[in-house]
Ligand binder design. Structure first.
Ligand code: BMA
Length: 314
């Protein structure tokens, strides 16, 4: 259990051993590691990492842990951009920001397929975290931050995503009967002028079911004269009608403050892609910092839900 300091600027408390994965931990030559998503199966944590090669595009690597804090990275990437088949022309510039969801006993990964045509959302599945079967490209270009809900709602699969319309990045909800064909898209929430998430928002972590609604950990971007600041926030969505917001935090639950969050290939970034709720009631939130390393921060899960319900994190 991670000790929680009595006073802090952020609701999520950083692990004192942050960053938990850096370039030095990757056994093959690369540029950076960041934005990893985590599934806990049995007594193992499987961490699918975004690793950017020195040539500039990203692949996925796998790290494994017994405690969710100390990870060992496998020798080779477990998923690389497709070089043949229907995905190839849409992954020429890499695969990015994986998000794992366990649904009906299968581990699905929604990720960003990146090419000169822009970003598309792609869906793959895995049983063992080492082998990935691509299912479909599930959006046209201009969309990313796709995340599957962990169960069907009213008989349909549901996802969050972030299409860019009129240069505004808002979060949307879409539905599917077969995971391949998606539609019935509804606007969920937009950036809020004047607040920490005023420029752009996107889903970050697979929604977590609570009796109060789906807890979604998302990212919000504020644009400044020195560039964007990426922060982590929370929102509760209606269980049956997930395009309805029940409550949204006025304040982020974690902002870049530490050097490892401030300084890197892209400074001032805390970008969550995964979380694990432990039996103890603790939530571990995994996030990429400054597009250069991987970190974890924790809090009491019920407290995070209560804070979100109150609409405030302070
Ligand atoms: C977003 C994504 C993330 C990245 C973030 C900050 O648009 O590309 O992968 O961490 O920007 O650069």
């Amino acid at each position: 259990m991670i000790k929680r300091p009595s006073v802090g600027h952020d609701i999520l408390q950083r692990f004192e051993g942050n960053p938990i994965i850096t370039l030095e931990d990757i056994p093959f030559r690369c540029n950076t590691v960041f934005n990893g998503t985590v599934a806990k199966k049995g007594n193992r944590y499987y961490h699918l990492l975004r690793v950017e090669g020195q040539q500039g595009y990203s692949v996925f690597a796998l790290a494994i842990s017994k405690d969710g804090l100390h990870f060992t990275v496998e020798d080779k990437p477990v998923m690389v951009p497709a070089r043949k088949g229907p995905f190839a022309r849409y992954e020429t510039m890499g695969i990015e920001d994986p998000r794992i969801t366990e649904l009906e006993g299968v581990y699905y990964v929604m990720y960003t397929a990146y090419s000169k045509y822009g970003t598309r959302i792609a869906l793959a599945k895995t049983e063992d975290f080492y082998h990935y079967e691509r299912i479909a490209l599930v959006s046209e270009p201009g969309n990313k931050d796709g995340i599957l809900f962990p169960e069907k709602i009213n008989g349909e699969y549901v996802r969050l995503d972030r299409p860019i319309g009129k240069e505004i990045g808002s979060m949307w909800v879409s539905y599917s009967k077969n995971l391949v064909d998606w539609g019935k898209s509804e606007l969920l929430m937009t950036p809020r002028p004047g607040l920490w998430d005023s420029f752009r928002i996107g889903a970050s972590v697979a929604p977590i079911k609570t009796k109060h609604g789906w807890l979604e950990i998302y990212h919000g971007v504020k644009m400044t004269t020195a560039g964007p600041i990426y922060r982590i926030g929370t929102v509760l969505l209606d269980l049956e009608q997930p395009y309805k917001v029940i409550a949204r935090c006025d304040e982020p639950v974690l902002s870049p403050r530490k050097d490892y969050e401030r300084i890197g290939d892209v400074g001032n970034v805390a970008f969550a892609c995964g979380a694990v709720v432990e039996n103890s009631g603790e939530i571990k939130v995994y996030y990429g910092a400054a597009d250069t390393c991987v970190c974890v921060a924790t809090t009491d899960f019920n407290e995070l839900v209560a804070i979100t319900l109150a609409g405030k994190s302070g």
